[in-house]
Design a protein around this ligand. Structure first.
Ligand SMILES: [Zn+2]
Ligand SMILES: [Zn+2]
Length: 268
């Protein structure tokens, strides 16, 4: 069975095994490079490059380290939702690399199903409330910031958490955030699995020109016309489907017109 390699320090094989099974590939773990060099959620290292670049770098490294033809890399990002900025939002990318063809494809999952949050708390009671909301101890917590003496990611139970937090109370407050590393965050693990499924669906469509897997939408084209005034709007009128292995691309129309609610002239 051909191999697909995964470079992870955070137990992501659990989330990506179903993808490997569906592709008919043997999942092997790559070791020998520290993925934290590409950035950590707790900012000891800032991420260099985009989320997609980080996922793809991990997939390429996995091939280099194992000699496998195929590699997988996963990278998450978390912040406020892109619509109103009111709720926590997660975006997971799983990248696939074919080292023989030099060809990349990726899948994305995103949504509000994340426990991502952070806060300053000033008492054990406030810490307990935050931790309960975050799903601790099933989900990990990070207390303190990297430069603080009580900075810690390893509390596994309530007693351990309160013991580690205790020195901070003398200063009046404690910074606390959810641990977004996959092995400490089962909610995130499920979203990585979903990104793996999105990738599998993408890989199932082959390029009509060169038969490489992963033919699909790469961007949308704005300019659907307003039903009220007829002017073009920022809403998508078509999407571009393209192949990552050859130059083949085509446009698929989505809609000619949209509601005046989407029009900058009718609904400024
Ligand atoms: Zn209009
Ligand atoms: Zn192609």
């Amino acid at each position: 069975m051909p191999r697909i390699a995964l470079l992870t320090q955070h137990g992501k094989a659990q989330a990506l095994q179903p993808l490997a099974d569906r592709l008919g590939l043997e999942l092997v773990l790559a070791t020998g490079k520290n993925t934290d060099d590409l950035g950590t959620f707790t900012r000891e290292r800032e991420r260099v490059g985009s989320q997609l670049e980080a996922a793809l770098t991990k997939a390429r490294w996995a091939c280099e380290l194992t000699g496998a033809r195929y590699g997988l890399g996963s990278e998450g990002s978390f912040g406020p939702d892109p619509h109103l900025g009111m709720v926590p939002w997660g975006v997971e990318i799983v990248a696939w690399w074919d080292a023989e063809r030099g060809h990349a494809v990726h899948g994305v999952a995103q949504g509000g199903a994340t426990n991502f949050r952070h806060r300053s708390v000033d008492s054990e009671a406030a810490l307990r409330a935050f931790a309960e909301e975050a799903g601790f101890p099933l989900h990990g917590l990070v207390i303190g910031r990297p430069q603080e003496p009580w900075f810690d990611k390893d509390a596994a139970d309530w007693a351990g958490l309160f013991e580690r937090a205790a020195p901070a109370w003398a200063t009046g407050e404690l910074w606390v955030e959810t641990d977004m590393r996959a092995h400490r965050n089962p909610t995130r693990m499920r979203m990585i699995e979903a990104a793996g499924w999105a990738l599998a669906e993408r890989l199932a469509v082959v390029c009509p020109a060169c038969q490489a897997p992963g033919f699909g939408p790469v961007r949308s084209l704005p300019g659907a016309r307003c039903e009220g005034c007829g002017l073009p709007t920022p809403a998508a009128r078509a999407e571009v489907l393209a192949c990552g292995a050859c130059a083949h691309a085509l446009q698929r129309p989505l809609r000619e017109t949209v509601s005046p609610a989407r029009c900058a002239y009718c609904n400024p």
